[in-house]
Ligand binder design. Structure first.
Ligand code: GLN
Length: 214
């Protein structure tokens, strides 16, 4: 049986929740073996060093504080390695602060803090886009083909605009809150904080699709 090794960037933020959700996906994959479903095992690993990036099939950048995660990514050399692997086709998914880091462009708030971005997806991001009165909330959203997903938002960013090959997957309050571009996925909300593994399953599907293209 083939193993998909999924890394969760473990420098700061909600790492454990993503690892737990990936374990849940692994259990589903294992149950589906022999029932015509996926025959791959899912291994969830923490990514803390450059060598860890080299060893994974896909990477999740979690929510947290994007300025802190950015500092640590560039100080450790992980940022360059992620950009290199992403350029070679590795699927990367950013949730919340992770979405901020995937952006090609940032708003005034991003520019003010001077934080670096990975610049992997064709969109402009606005940090803390839902204001103080809406710091944390839950909404049921259609995310591409995934219907009625319980989306948890915590001081969430939003995508101000997309261009090029970047596709909008979900909107809330007129704002873009999920997007996809080739191997890359970005969600302003936190699927790892719900009980619903469908967005994680969708991301894992990118690994299969990418292999078929080769
Ligand atoms: N507002 C935070 C930032 O821009 C993200 C919040 C989160 O990841 N929950 O870093």
């Amino acid at each position: 049986m083939k193993t998909m090794r999924i890394g969760v960037l473990a420098l700061q933020g909600d790492v454990e929740e993503h690892l737990a959700m990936l374990k849940k996906c692994g259990a589903t994959a294992a149950r589906n073996v022999g029932r015509g479903g996926s025959t791959e095992e899912v291994e969830a690993v923490r990514v803390k060093h450059v060598k860890d990036v080299e060893a994974v099939d896909a990477l999740i950048i979690p929510g947290g504080e994007s300025t802190t995660i950015a500092k640590l990514m560039w100080a450790s050399g992980i940022a360059e390695e992620v950009k290199k692997r992403a350029g070679e086709g590795m699927p990367v998914w950013g949730t919340c602060a992770g979405l901020v880091l995937l952006a090609k462009k940032g708003d005034e708030q991003v520019k003010k803090t001077g934080q670096k971005l990975l610049e992997l997806m064709d969109f402009e991001v606005g940090r803390n886009a839902f204001g103080r009165q809406k710091e944390s909330f839950e909404a049921e959203l259609d995310v591409g083909g995934i219907k009625k997903f319980p989306a948890v938002f915590i001081r969430a960013p939003a995508i101000a605009k997309v261009w090029g090959d970047c596709k909008v997957l979900a909107r809330f309050d007129g704002k873009i809150v999920a997007a996809e571009q080739g191997n890359f996925l970005a969600t302003a909300f936190h699927p790892e904080l719900s009980e619903d593994a469908r967005v994680h399953e969708y991301f894992l599907g990118k690994i299969g699709r990418q292999e078929k293209k080769r």
